[in-house]
Design a protein around this ligand. Structure first.
Ligand code: 26V
Length: 824
């Protein structure tokens, strides 16, 4: 007899019931008595108690999906930057109050237990966090979705500072185990690598077979993705690599023990560590192994385990769409072709027709150096059959292009999936564009530039494939959980419908004119600042004044994002005070807060971190500033810290060079938490400014067409250095060794880079940035008017809910529908 939904037993939803369940979990789940339990034991027992509430919903969701067979979204992503799970689980199940009260009755502080959780840092930055927001929204909107990715044993490195320089430490997030994952070794699938292909003729048909020469096991670990208050729990399935038994044993039996151990290690290495380079692919073999490993395991899992037995694969696109989060999973395209051709015996045309209906591709960058290519040598060695298939796809495609543009051989060559220089290599973005139903950028400007520049030939040839979906962020984590005080204020004013319908924040607009509401809004901001000040003191030993303007720039460290521009602003203020050109008393008290990790191999980025800390050390200690200008740079910025920092911020720094930041999502989080933005006309800043209004946004800097023109004509940074004394003094101060104990060499690479290269036009935008900061100071001097603008930022940013992004993907790309899970 199969279990039916109503037979699933649900845990107790009352304070007394919770306390019982919690104590049972502690004693019988973990073998701990209350008197011996450490805080971590208590946290684990709590997590395991809360997860039972999700599990009953999870089982019901799975049963329901089996019964209705609705179309699913498979979100394929090498990164899911989830953040802590406990708070979100409590929120989704509406258990916050019950648990808080129940624990209090045992003398336990919920917040203390929450702080025990190590966040799974399975992503680098924006792209990974976006994937996490998207699966949250899909669950909340009742859309069947499976997230597929990699269970890295070590996530993004833990950043420490030694003498102000970044030193990376391994992130052993699994050292104590995780109560949020469910391993399924019995459902492992085998993934092949290397070897050769063999062609033969069977019944007059040419058939090809791939004979890999080594294999690994992909073991699924399931994570629950709860919808908000709706009874749905979707699945995130992350793959972990393990040696195959047969492979192991055969070598063992041959008596070569160390070779067996080596093989095991090679297999397990595949999911060992997340690559910390965000945006400059290194072409590393292990990285390609990771990509194929999770793409192939996910396809196989869906085809063999998720689809009902005997399903007619010709209708696969009615059941699934595989969304490719950047090019990282694009190898899934030739993998599906291989399965259909070699394993199912389909002919090329029908396999290709189906494949083209099953994939869609999101591009997340504009930097040419960030577009992934894999050398033909490496791809052919690791995945020989896939390379053959890619060649054939390319051949057919170029023949089509040739027919469309018979006299334009140059164009045909430009559009080749195979690049010829500097080495023969597969352009993964081109492959995804040719094979998918749709290609989307992540903000209006980005999608426009994709069409007009990065993928211009393709958008001319197949314009209907190109679309935009502007990014979004989940209001559950980034407002409701991160900012409980603001959430209560909003809910008191307009009810709690905004949590799942963020456009309703519009109803706050009239309250921007209400003095009492503004007063309470400012109270919330002040309380959030105090909470942050307390955290920074215990977490980092950093002293921050809660009375200063909190000016925040948090994001990966990258030259195009221009942390250096922010730093030059600080250095320049300091320099002006030292020279007597500016009275310290005329400076608006500010705490310039940075959070940023640099890729370990990115020299310039690491130098910049060194310089930020060096400037901080000097100015924070120099009495000449009278404590009015300080730098705070807490190490190891991550989702957990973001949840504390963003609600406390006054000013959000979004100052990338126009045309470089695909979207940005931090910008959205700050606006929704009532910070004002100083920003360029780049990425989603463009849409943000249009929504909140020019008068509530501090715009500065060159526009993308202006940047293009300057670069075209030949940019000369020295001309700005020569003509702008403020800039010259600031750069000279750094060059003089003022921040490096008189050593002029320490930061020389940064200074010469700015003077003689400055790829991202920091010097060209410097004066405009300083001017805009003066406008900021004037605005901040009127706290009530500032609060009015901040309220309007909140009220008008509902568009940036990832629920809206999901709506757009559903309407324009996925064509899947909600499938509400019946509640028990
Ligand atoms: C690339 C690579 C290359 C090789 C090694 C590891 C790795 C990891 C990530 C990436 C992709 C970088 C692209 C990225 O994160 N783009 C960001 O995507 C955000 C979400 O769409 C967007 O808001 C940011 O503007 C964009 O920079």
């Amino acid at each position: 007899m199969t279990q039916t939904a109503d037979q699933i037993t649900t845990p107790q939803h009352s304070v007394e019931g919770f306390v019982q369940d919690f104590l049972r979990e502690l004693q019988f789940g973990q073998g701990m008595s209350m008197s011996r339990a450490s805080t971590n034991d208590q946290y684990l027992a709590l997590a395991r108690t809360v997860r039972t509430h999700l599990m009953s919903r999870w089982l019901r969701t799975l049963d329901h999906q089996r019964d209705v067979q609705a179309k699913s979204v498979a979100y394929l992503s090498a990164e899911f930057l989830l953040g802590r799970q406990l708070g979100n689980a409590l929120l989704a199940t509406d258990l916050e109050e019950i648990v808080e009260e129940g624990l209090a009755s045992l003398g336990i502080d919920l917040q203390r237990l929450r702080s025990m959780e190590k966040e799974p840092g399975l992503g680098n930055g924006g792209l990974g966090r976006l994937a996490a927001c998207f699966i949250d929204s899909l669950a909340t909107m009742n859309i069947p979705c499976i997230g597929y990715g990699i269970r890295y044993e070590y996530g993004i490195f833990r950043q420490t500072f030694v003498d102000g320089w970044q030193v990376e430490k391994p992130d052993a997030w699994l050292a104590q185990g995780s109560p949020w994952e469910f391993p399924h070794p019995e459902a492992a699938v085998t993934i092949g690598f290397g070897g050769r292909t063999e062609a033969s003729t069977v019944d007059g048909r040419l058939v090809t077979r791939w004979i890999p020469d080594w294999q690994v096991q992909a073991v699924p670990y399931n994570y629950m993705v709860p919808g908000y208050h709706n009874g749905r729990v979707n699945t995130l399935r992350l793959w972990s690599a393990a040696a195959t038994e047969s492979f192991d044993l055969s070598i063992f039996n041959a008596g070569d023990y160390s070779a067996a151990v080596r093989a095991q290690t090679a297999a397990e290495n595949i999911s060992k560590v997340l690559y910390p380079e965000d945006s400059t692919p290194q072409g590393k073999e292990l990285r390609l192994q990771q990509q194929y490993f999770f793409a192939a395991a996910s396809l196989k899992d869906f085809l063999d385990n998720v689809l009902p037995e005997g399903f007619d694969l010709h209708r696969l696109d009615e059941r699934i769409v595989f969304q490719l989060n950047d090019t990282h999973p694009v190898i899934a395209i030739p993998e599906l072709m291989r399965i259909l051709l070699d394993e199912k015996g389909w002919d090329w045309d029908e396999a290709w027709a189906l494949t083209q209906r099953c994939f869609a591709y999101t591009c997340h960058t504009l930097l040419p150096e960030a577009l992934e290519v894999w050398s033909v040598e490496l791809l052919g060695r690791l995945l020989p059959r896939h390379l053959e298939i890619i060649y054939r796809i390319n051949e057919d495609f170029l023949a089509e292009v040739h027919t469309a543009y018979p006299d334009d051989e140059l164009r045909v060559r430009r559009m080749s999936i195979i690049a010829e220089h500097p080495e023969r290599a597969v352009r993964m973005a081109y492959l995804a564009t040719v094979a998918g139903t749709k290609v989307n950028g992540v903000a209006e400007l980005h999608s426009q530039l994709l069409r007009d520049k990065v993928l211009q030939d393709f958008s001319e040839y197949m314009p209907e494939k190109f679309t935009n979906v502007t990014n979004g962020v989940t209001p559950r984590r980034f407002v409701r959980l991160a900012n409980p005080r603001l959430s209560s204020l909003i809910t008191e004013a307009i009810g709690d419908g905004w949590v799942t319908d963020l456009d309703r924040l519009r109803e706050l607009e009239p309250l921007a004119e209400d003095a009492e509401f503004r007063r309470r809004f400012r109270e919330v901001k002040a309380a959030n600042k105090t909470r942050l000040v307390d955290l920074l003191k215990v977490r980092d030993g950093i002293e921050v004044s809660p009375d200063s303007m909190l000016d925040v720039m948090v994001k990966r460290l990258h030259e195009y994002k221009r942390q250096t521009l922010k730093l030059l602003h600080v250095v320049s203020l300091y320099d002006q005070v030292r020279r007597g050109d500016l009275a310290a008393s005329d400076i608006t008290p500010r705490t310039v807060t940075f959070g940023a990790k640099a890729a370990p191999g990115y020299k310039m980025a690491k130098q910049t971190i060194g310089l930020i800390n060096a400037v901080g050390r000097t100015i924070n200690a120099d009495p000449v500033l009278e404590g009015r200008l300080r730098i705070a740079f807490p190490a190891n910025y991550n989702v957990t810290l973001a949840e504390r920092l963003i609600p406390a911020a006054d000013l959000s720094e979004q100052i990338s060079l126009a045309g470089k930041e695909a979207s940005g999502t931090g910008n959205m989080k700050f606006a929704l938490n009532g910070a004002l933005t100083i920003g360029t006309d780049d990425g989603a800043n463009v849409e943000l400014r249009q929504l909140v209004g020019d008068e509530n946004f501090f715009l500065f800097g060159l526009t993308e067409p202006e940047v293009a023109e300057i670069v075209e004509k030949g940019y000369r940074p020295t001309s700005f250095y020569e003509s702008n004394a403020t800039l010259r003094h600031a750069l000279d101060l750094i060059a003089s060794g003022a921040f490096s104990d008189g050593d002029r060499r320490t930061f020389e690479p940064i200074v010469s880079n700015l003077l003689y290269e400055d790829r991202f036009l920091v010097l060209a935008d410097f004066q405009a940035y300083l001017d805009a900061q003066l406008v900021v100071e004037r605005a901040y001097a009127d706290p009530d008017a500032w609060a009015r603008s901040a309220v309007l930022n909140v009220a008008r940013s509902g568009f940036f809910s990832s629920d809206r992004s999901m709506r757009d993907y559903l309407d324009r790309i996925w064509h899947a529908e909600a499938a509400p899970v019946p509640t028990a």
